[in-house]
Write a protein that binds this ligand. Structure first.
Ligand code: NAD
Length: 404
């Protein structure tokens, strides 16, 4: 890279970090507990909205989850318009369709019901439908100049934390890349963490999304941008996930474990939206886009390998995470406890049935994947990781995921 480009990118990265220290990130109003989606709908009616666009996917409509969540809106006489064209890892065409739908139906608010895919799409649909900013014009960091329509979120997976973040991820299908829109104006106005909508989430999706939340929490706790507040949220999320994820995968009908996971995911989202993430995400975004793997699974594949990589530089921080996870003893050295954490992450992954190799990954993809991952991780707003990764080290980690 040209020296001027490197210096410019470092300057912009520094500037954004300084700005983040002074920007008070808005926090959504949070409704919790089984049935809290009805409380959120009552609140939406109270806010004076007349017609709400529900952004979701077909599966959630078929399962009756959308009707269950929106019943209270209809009872209050609010118009409900459903846009259910969202697919996992939504692309620009799905978002553009939603913007069009929202405008032609004269909706004055957007309610997302679904996993991170529906939430991310809804956040951009609301932004663009309520302003004259097209999604592609606001790609990147802090490019949003006007607020869009108010956005409300009911997550039905416990993983992405998108209901708490200023981030939307949209896939560019032509180049198989994930594009980011990051701006405080994307933080939803209110959310409901309603575990009663999550009891039918299949075990494999529960496992993958739970590992996504764990990755957010761990990368946030390890971030050089962590502060006392983000660390508390991240470590609380780690503790809740270690105590509940395996049980949620094995018995999805238990409302207590589902609720703990929903809250943990929200805490992890509120922490990483301030601290940013790290190499696990840098690699997982690229693996997910190139091999079409679910985001949580891609994170889970890389997490233990990246923690191994950090062991010699971040043992005290890893030991603190281990303590939150209930792993190791206070008499252990930091290095011993940090190693035990990595072993515990591998055990958790295996206990919830997650693989160790990436289906579809081929040797000829490694070089491109590594270039893209390092570009994301070291680029304009480079991730505040505890240890710098060289290309050769990155290639070695990616090769560990090649199917045998
Ligand atoms: P998802 O939204 O893609 O959903 C996965 C599948 O689960 C879908 O088929 C959906 O129909 C199904 N599903 C969802 N809830 C269900 C329920 N209660 N019962 C039965 N089936 C259900 O998965 P996800 O992991 O939640 O979201 C992934 C997306 O989120 C990716 O695009 C990723 O890049 C993005 N993401 C965004 C952020 C952010 O801060 N904005 C953070 C992490 C990930």
């Amino acid at each position: 890279m040209h020296l001027v480009t490197v210096l410019y990118s470092k300057f912009m990265g520094l500037l954004s970090r300084v700005l983040m220290k002074f920007i008070a990130l808005p926090a959504p109003l949070v409704f919790t507990g089984a049935g809290s989606s009805a409380a959120l709908c009552n609140a939406i009616a109270g806010f004076g909205h007349k017609r709400v666009l529900v952004v979701t996917d077909k599966m959630l409509v078929e399962l009756g989850i959308v009707a269950q969540a929106t019943k209270a809106l209809e009872e209050q006489g609010i118009g409900v318009e459903v846009y259910d064209a969202i697919l996992p890892d939504p692309d620009f065409a799905q978002v553009d369709g939603g913007i069009q739908h929202c405008r032609t139906q004269n909706c004055d608010a957007v309610l997302a019901i679904g996993g991170g895919s529906s939430l991310d799409a809804a956040k951009i649909i609301a932004l663009s439908a309520g302003s004259d900013q097209a999604p592609r014009d606001v790609l990147g960091f802090f490019k949003v100049s006007q607020r869009g329509l108010p956005t409300y979120c009911v997550p039905t997976t416990a993983g992405t934390g998108s209901e708490a973040t200023m981030v939307s991820v949209i896939t560019d299908t032509a180049s198989s890349t994930k594009c980011f829109i990051v701006d405080p104006k994307l933080v939803p106005s209110a959310v409901a963490l309603d575990a009663s909508l999550m009891t039918g989430l299949p075990p494999a999706i529960t496992a993958a999304t739970g590992m996504d939340a764990l990755t957010h929490a761990i990368e946030s706790a390890l971030s050089r941008e962590a502060n006392d507040e983000t660390r508390q949220k991240a470590l609380t999320a780690v503790s809740m996930i270690f105590n509940n994820l395996e049980a949620a995968v094995k018995d999805g009908t238990n409302l207590q474990t589902r609720e703990a996971m929903a809250i943990a995911s929200y805490y992890a989202g509120s922490a990483f939206t301030i601290t940013n993430v790290g190499y696990v995400h840098g690699l997982a975004h690229q693996l997910g886009a190139l091999c079409h793997l679910p985001h949580g699974l891609a994170n889970a594949l890389f997490l233990p390998h990246i923690l191994d990589f950090y062991l010699d530089r971040a043992a005290p921080e890893l030991a603190r995470i281990a303590q939150a996870a209930g792993v190791g003893q206070d008499t252990d050295s930091d290095q011993e406890r940090a190693r035990k954490l990595v072993t515990a992450v591998r055990e958790l992954k295996s206990n919830i049935g997650m693989p160790s190799h990436a289906d579809g990954l081929k040797e000829e993809m490694v070089s491109e994947l590594v270039s893209r991952a390092l570009n994301e991780s070291h680029g304009l707003y480079g991730y505040p990781v505890p240890k710098y990764m060289r290309r050769k080290e990155c290639e070695e980690i990616v090769r560990k995921l090649l199917p045998a």
